[in-house]
Structures are given as structure tokens and as C-alpha cells.
Design a protein around this ligand. Structure first.
Ligand SMILES: C[S@@+](CC[C@H](N)C(=O)[O-])C[C@H]1O[C@@H](n2cnc3c(N)ncnc32)[C@H](O)[C@@H]1O
Length: 280
């Protein structure tokens, strides 16, 4: 079953958090001259038009990236993120949104390399087409989880893996943990970032418990909530779990999350956390 289409959700509050974390990790990797490998296991199409039927139907970006578009009080991490969004908008209006693969691809240096996998039969050709001009990028129609076996360790011995499944199947909550175990066996020094939604808190606890049981150390959890947990339908929060985060990430996210919550949740029901699941 592949019914999830990211075009309904592009630029929403969850993308804002995910893409700021992604950008901070890439910036940290690029502090060193040596190249790195970026694997985006669930890539989507890479670029979204915000005036399509899908985006306008849900208008999720209006309560996400659009909240920052006109502001002049952006902290540096948000300004950096918005600069990446501006790269795909040619006027003053917010009309397009870059997915995780495009944010990364636009930052790759000659010595860096990326692999994007996407399984959806309609999304994959769009992804391939969007990146055919990028020399350091390979796209593949394949199961993203399998790339943690097939593509790791990278020859660069430095890298980041983003695992961003739709969680339309409950198995995804277990598959992300299994994928991390597979990847970590092959490439223990890599950075891994898992995105998760909070729809039912018990599902997030399943990921956290699963990761604790792997014995892997240095796992940081970053979460932004619009409202408290609820057993009603709908996403109340989202987060990123980062294994081997750059040392700068914890402090950067602690600095920026209060601003993100205030701007994304003006109704004052929001909250945030940055916590170690397992420290060093
Ligand atoms: C949340 S979206 C990805 C968004 C993207 N990472 C971004 O931030 O712009 C999840 C994507 O995973 C794809 N997908 C679902 N199962 C997959 C699998 N097993 N392997 C690769 N892609 C998959 C879906 O078709 C969907 O496009």
C-alpha cells in the first residue's frame, strides 16, 4: 500500500522541524573538508509546488513554512533554513517548497555524494527528473530500508542517513529500528536521523524502546508539539531522533525551538523537548 503523497503535507510544521535539523547536521558535516555521503531512504519527489490542488486542499504549509516567510526576526538557524526555501522561489511569494533531497543536493560540494530512494511508482519518476542534472546525486526506485544494508558503509566513511517514512503502515515503527541496527552494524560512526509523527504516543515509545534495546549510545530526541498528546486522531507533534548527532546540534536546537514553537503555535498550546534517549 503506497497511498501517502507528501505533496499534501510539504512545508508543514513537521517539515520545518525536520528540515532545520537536517540542515544543521549537513552544516556540521561540512565543517570538514573531507566529503560525506547523504542517504535519503524515503525521498519523496524533492520539490513541491504549493499552489497545486494537493497543497491547497490541506494548506498545511500555511501553518508551517509560511509563518516564517515575512518575518524579520529570524534566528540564524531559521534564516539558514529559509534561505534554502528561497533558493527554489524566484519571486517574493512562497510558491515552491524543497523536500529533504533538494535541500541537501543544493548544498553538496564536489567531494560530497548523495543517494535518494523512493518506492512510489508515480513519485519516483518525478524524483529522478528533478535530480537528473545533479552530478553527485543518484536516484533509485527501491525500498529505502534496504539501502542501510546495500549502501553502507560509504567509501567516504563519513555520512548522514535520513529515514523519513510515511508511517501509513504500523510496521514502519519497527522497521526504522531494524534499519538502524543494520546500518549501525556496517557504519557505526555515521549519523542517522529518524523522523517520527506523534499520533499515538505508544508508537513513539515503541521506537524509543527498540533503540534502547539495541545498546547503541548517543541518541538524541528532538520534538516539537502543537498541543499535548491525545488519543483523538491527528498528529499533535513530530520529532527527530538523531544517532551520533554533531556535538553542536543539542545546543542549536535548544536555542531555536522556543522561537519555532512561539511562531508555529501562536495559540500557546505548544511545547518542545531536546533529550538524550541514551547519552555517550
Ligand atoms: C514523508 S515522505 C518523504 C519526504 C521527504 N523525505 C522530505 O522531507 O521531503 C515519505 C516517502 O516515502 C515513500 N515510501 C514509502 N515507503 C517506502 C519505502 N519502503 N522505501 C522508499 N520510499 C518509501 C513514500 O512514497 C513517500 O514519498
Amino acid at each position: 500500500m503506497l497511498s501517502y503523497r507528501h505533496s499534501f503535507h510539504a512545508g508543514n510544521h513537521a517539515d520545518v522541524l525536520k528540515h532545520i535539523v537536517l540542515l544543521r547536521i549537513i552544516r556540521a558535516l561540512q565543517q570538514k573538508e573531507k566529503g560525506f555521503f547523504y542517504l535519503d531512504t524515503h525521498a519523496g519527489v524533492g520539490r513541491y509546488s504549493l499552489n497545486t490542488y494537493e497543497a491547497e486542499k490541506t494548506a498545511e504549509y500555511q501553518e508551517g513554512v509560511a509563518r516564517f516567510w515575512q518575518r524579520d526576526d529570524l534566528p540564524p538557524e531559521v534564516a539558514d533554513y529559509l534561505a534554502q526555501v528561497k533558493k527554489v522561489n524566484y519571486g517574493t511569494q512562497l510558491k515552491h517548497y524543497p523536500g529533504s533531497p533538494l535541500i541537501a543536493a543544493n548544498l553538496l560540494r564536489a567531494q560530497d555524494r548523495a543517494l535518494f530512494t523512493e518506492l512510489h511508482p508515480s513519485d519516483f519518476p518525478l524524483l529522478r527528473n528533478n535530480f537528473k542534472q545533479y552530478e553527485n546525486v543518484t536516484t533509485k526506485r527501491d525500498n529505502g530500508y534496504q539501502q542501510l544494508k546495500a549502501a553502507l558503509p560509504p567509501k567516504e566513511r563519513r555520512g548522514l542517513v535520513l529515514i523519513d517514512p510515511p508511517y501509513e503502515l504500523k510496521e514502519d515503527y519497527d522497521l526504522v529500528v531494524q534499519a538502524i541496527e543494520e546500518g549501525y552494524k556496517r557504519f557505526a560512526t555515521g549519523t542517522y536521523a529518524i523522523w517520527y509523527p506523534v499520533v499515538l504516543r505508544q508508537h513513539v515509545k515503541r521506537i524509543v524502546r527498540g533503540l534502547e534495546q539495541t545498546g547503541i549510545r548517543k541518541i538524541l530526541q528532538i520534538e516539537l508539539a502543537l498541543r499535548p498528546d491525545s488519543d483523538q486522531r491527528g498528529m499533535t507533534a513530530s520529532g527527530m531522533i538523531v544517532i551520533n548527532p554533531p556535538w553542536t546540534l543539542e545546543a542549536e536546537m535548544q536555542a531555536v525551538l522556543p522561537y519555532l514553537v512561539k511562531t508555529l503555535v501562536p495559540e500557546n498550546t505548544g511545547s518542545w523537548k531536546v533529550e538524550w534517549i541514551t547519552p555517550e
